[in-house]
Structures are given as C-alpha cells and as structure tokens.
Ligand binder design. Structure first.
Ligand SMILES: Cc1cc2nc3c(=O)[nH]c(=O)nc-3n(C[C@H](O)[C@H](O)[C@H](O)COP(=O)(O)OP(=O)(O)OC[C@H]3O[C@@H](n4cnc5c(N)ncnc54)[C@H](O)[C@@H]3O)c2cc1C
Length: 315
C-alpha cells in the first residue's frame, strides 16, 4: 500500500530523498518554508542574470551521484568548470594544484535542484512548525518524516519527546558566512576563483561569469565565520570592506556598478559526522550535508541513501 512520507526542506538533500521514495512507489510531499527550492544552492537574478549566492560549484566523487551529474551535463544543465583555482597568500596570487573537477551551471545551481523537483509534489512557502512522535508534522500523522536541513533548524522543529533525534542533533555547531556579489562594467581579472589564505575577512572569491559560462564581469566573495558573526545584525555593513578586499587582491581599479549581500547564519557544519544519515524507530529521519564532508555531493548522497532505506522500510 502507498505510504505518506513528509520531507521537510527542499534543498538538494530533501529532493534526493523524495526522489528515492517516490521512485519506490510511495506518496511523498516535500514542504519548503521558502518560496523556491534550492536552500543553500541559492541563485538570484541580479542585473539581469542569475548569480550563485550560496554554494559556488559542485564536485562528484561517488558513482551514484556521478550518474546524476552526467545526466545534467548531457542535458546541458551543468558543465565541467575548472579543476584549478588561484590561491592568494602574502606572496600574492598563485595557481593552485589541480583538484577535483568543479561543475558550474548556466542557470545557477538552484536550477539543478529545480530539475530534481520535477514531477514531485513540492509545497512552497510552507514552513513546518513542529515534528513530534507518531510521527506527526504540525500535529498531523505521517508514515515517516524527514528533516532535510541544518541541525539548528531541525532542532527548532523537534518536539521535546523526540529524544533520539534531539540527541543526534545536539552538539552540532554551524558557522556563518556572508556572501557579497558585485558587478563591474568590464572584466579586470583573469581567475576562475581564488582561495584567500591570508585575509582576516575573506575566504573565497568566485568568478560568476566564468562558472556561468557567459563571461559577465561579476564576482561573488565569501567571508570567514568570525567576520560574518561580527556583521550578523547588519550584513549591509560588510559590503564596503569586502569589496575593498576583493579589489585589493585582484588589482581592480574601479568601484563595482552594483553589489548585493546574502548572509548565511547556518552555512557550514563544524563537526561533520561519519554516518550518512539518521533514521530511528520513531520513523523520523535526518539528512543533509552535516552527514559527511559539508558539500553538495554529500547532501545528495545523504538524502538519497535515507530515501532508499525509508522506501524499503515502508514496502
Ligand atoms: C556560502 C556557502 C558556500 C558553499 N559552497 C559550496 C561549494 O562551493 N561546493 C559545495 O559542494 N558545497 C558548498 N556549500 C554547501 C552546500 O550548499 C550544501 O552542502 C548543500 O546545499 C546542503 O543542502 P541541504 O539540502 O542539506 O540543505 P539546505 O540547502 O540548507 O536545505 C534546507 C532547506 O530546508 C528548508 N527549511 C528549513 N526549515 C524549514 C521548515 N521549518 N519548514 C520547511 N522548510 C524548512 C530551508 O528553507 C532550505 O530550503 C556552500 C554553502 C554555503 C552556505
């Protein structure tokens, strides 16, 4: 008999989970607080084109995710971007060693999550307020429930009686990031991205034009956690110092024509786990990028594997 599974969170973990459960013939609904899918694979149209404001790119190490990424590449949704970035140290800019292939997208990383949502029942603008034993979502029963979101967000939903789930998410600190996007009249740099090692404020600068393959003169910089925490109440105040640091590192003489700031209060888990997900006797599951190294590929694998277990449990 078909079962009713509720997934809370329409980031890549929640949608990978939902696809695995729906693929086994169970009824599943994904409930998302925001008015779009994607979560931290966030894309926003700025100055007439999509800009990635959360994750910068995705990588792919495991075979199961390789199938998904290859399909996105075949359909033109994703493309290999680069395997080498620059590194900025006290000595200046240097080219880094080759790393894994990083994939970019023409439509923004959110477009990949939208692709995963195709054919699924996704309820947007639908913030869930409580998950309790039963399992119950906002007081209504379900056959299984999944919380596919950062641990601090999951803890805000869990009823005090969800002892195992609260224990799993305890002692899981997350760090903040502020992303600042900026656009210029013309390109004055020649890098795909820069890992910044010697700046108290910046950690990373991405060339949004190159990863989007339209060459737009747009950069997105990510701050370190301490700077983000200091500016959590007034993220707009971060824009000036971040832009100054970006211009200094890349030698850009002009001020940008426009800027946009996106704060992430729960950007990265500081204590990633070794198990791929949690699914306890209460039939409440937990998945996302804290279940392994904090990356897009981890979030997909965590949701996918949890979905397979839930489907088998309900069969
Ligand atoms: C600044 C930044 C840079 C990053 N760079 C990279 C990178 O370059 N490469 C990489 O691989 N990874 C990167 N990451 C990490 C990557 O974005 C995440 O690993 C991945 O997107 C996590 O997906 P998720 O589905 O687990 O969680 P999320 O994407 O956070 O999804 C959780 C969803 O749950 C929803 N939600 C929360 N509470 C509720 C509620 N009560 N009711 C309903 N919905 C709710 C949220 O709105 C959200 O949509 C970066 C992250 C950040 C923030």
């Amino acid at each position: 008999m078909a079962s009713d599974v509720q997934i809370i969170g329409a980031g890549i973990a929640g949608l990978a989970c939902a696809r695995a459960i729906a693929g086994a013939g169970h009824r599943v609904v994904v409930r998302e607080a925001a008015d779009t899918v994607g979560g931290r694979m966030a894309t926003r149209v700025l100055d007439g084109r999509p800009v990635d404001l959360g994750a910068s790119y995705l990588t792919c190490r495991a075979e199961a995710f390789r199938t998904v990424v290859d399909d996105w590449v075949r359909r033109g949704l994703a493309h290999p971007w680069t395997s080498a970035f620059a590194v900025h140290t006290a000595l200046g800019l240097e080219r880094s060693e080759d790393g894994p292939v990083r994939y970019g997208t023409r439509g923004g990383l959110r477009s990949l999550v939208e692709d995963l949502a195709t054919g699924l029942l996704v309820s947007l603008g639908d913030p869930v307020t409580s998950v309790g034993p039963g399992p119950r979502v906002n007081g209504w029963p379900a056959d299984a429930v999944v919380l596919a979101m950062p641990d601090p967000q999951a803890r805000r939903l869990l009823d005090p009686e969800c002892v195992d789930e609260l224990a799993e998410t305890a002692d899981s600190p997350w760090s903040p990031v502020i992303a600042v996007a900026a656009g210029w009249a013309e390109r004055q740099w020649d890098v795909d991205g820069v890992f910044v090692h010697d700046d108290p404020m910046l950690e990373w600068i991405a060339d949004d034009g190159r990863r989007r393959a339209d060459s737009a003169p747009v950069l997105v910089a990510h701050t370190g956690a301490d700077f983000a925490a200091e500016h959590s109440d007034e993220p707009d105040q971060a824009v000036g110092p971040v832009v100054d640091a970006v211009r200094s590192i890349l030698g850009i003489s002009e001020e940008p024509l426009w800027t946009f700031v996106q704060p992430w209060s729960e950007a990265r888990p500081l204590k990633p786990r070794t198990s791929p997900y949690f699914f306890g006797e209460a039939r409440i599951g937990l998945c996302g990028d804290a279940w392994g190294s904090p990356r897009v590929e981890t979030a997909w694998a965590s949701g996918h594997q949890l979905g397979l277990e839930i489907a088998e449990t309900l069969d």
